[in-house]
Design a protein around this ligand. Sequence first.
Ligand code: NDP
Ligand SMILES: O=C(O)C(=O)[C@@H](O)[C@H](O)C(=O)CO
Length: 278
Amino acid sequence: MTSVPEIRIADDVSIPQLGFGVYQVPPETTEAAVTMALEVGYRHVDTAQMYGNEQGVGDALRASGLSRDEVFVTSKLNNSFHRRDDALREAEKSVERLGGPMDLFLVHWPLPTIDVDYLETWKAMIEIRDAGLTRAIGVSNFQVPHLDRIIAETGVKPAVNQIEVHPYLTNETVRAYNAEQGIATEAWSPIAQGAVLDDPAITAIAERLGRTTAQVTLRWHLQRNDIVFPKSVTRSRVEENFQLFDFELTDADIQAITALNKDERTGPDPDTFDYVPA
Ligand SMILES: NC(=O)C1=CN([C@@H]2O[C@H](COP(=O)(O)OP(=O)(O)OC[C@H]3O[C@@H](n4cnc5c(N)ncnc54)[C@H](OP(=O)(O)O)[C@@H]3O)[C@@H](O)[C@H]2O)C=CC1
Ligand SMILES: O=C(O)C(=O)[C@@H](O)[C@H](O)C(=O)CO
């Protein structure tokens, strides 16, 4: 079985650096998709209340025969639940759907333009952790000023900051701040939902190494010490995305891929994103 490196993100909490993302996996097929990923060897699943598929993740874990502590599970607080009482209640519901305490629970978006202050939400996350509903807490899509503020006001650093990172959006400012603060960076949409896979520079490296462009891109993330969880519902790709530990990129390869940055987002901008589900 492939051994996936782990990154320590909090006292007594380590996360496998490679996981399986389930954004846009329909609720009715999530159990099958996660079961497939567990069969391939993934031991880290990234879901969210917003995805509507935590139940399917929990069902796959229960059916797997694996003990709960063998699989690292992350979920995220939905944008509608930023008020303290809502956050605590909804974290309990996530725990029920997932079948036990989470390993990592994130504030999904800072929503800086919404009337609930994300500082209230971060304080609620600390309570959620202290109540034992999750082993570690973190944030997602937080920019440097958001991070600065929650750390200054509470003295509690997020274990991770999950942000959009891929060769066309290297997000260096936030990554550097995360590193300086000892916050692990998780790179969402690591292959830009496929947008980087035909890039000529990545293709040239892939051809030289006899790998696919998805594997080269994911390996680039790993060698930059970021945590990734590519999503696929296609078994051959789920397998391909797991075969990353028997080759290496050179420093020159890493620099060439990093140089592809064009600050191009595939998803929303955290400074303006204000979607709150009804
Ligand atoms: N915190 C946040 O705000 C966000 C978090 N995320 C997290 O990050 C995870 C990954 O990001 P996501 O947006 O899903 O995008 P990814 O960058 O993982 O790309 C997923 C897409 O690429 C395809 N794909 C996957 N592997 C391959 C491959 N080897 N070759 C060719 N195509 C491939 C998939 O197709 P198919 O499934 O058809 O095989 C799917 O269309 C999410 O699932 C979620 O967990 C994502 C967005 C925002
Ligand atoms: O996938 C996620 O985690 C997201 O937050 C995205 O779905 C994001 O909300 C989006 O892309 C909305 O269009």
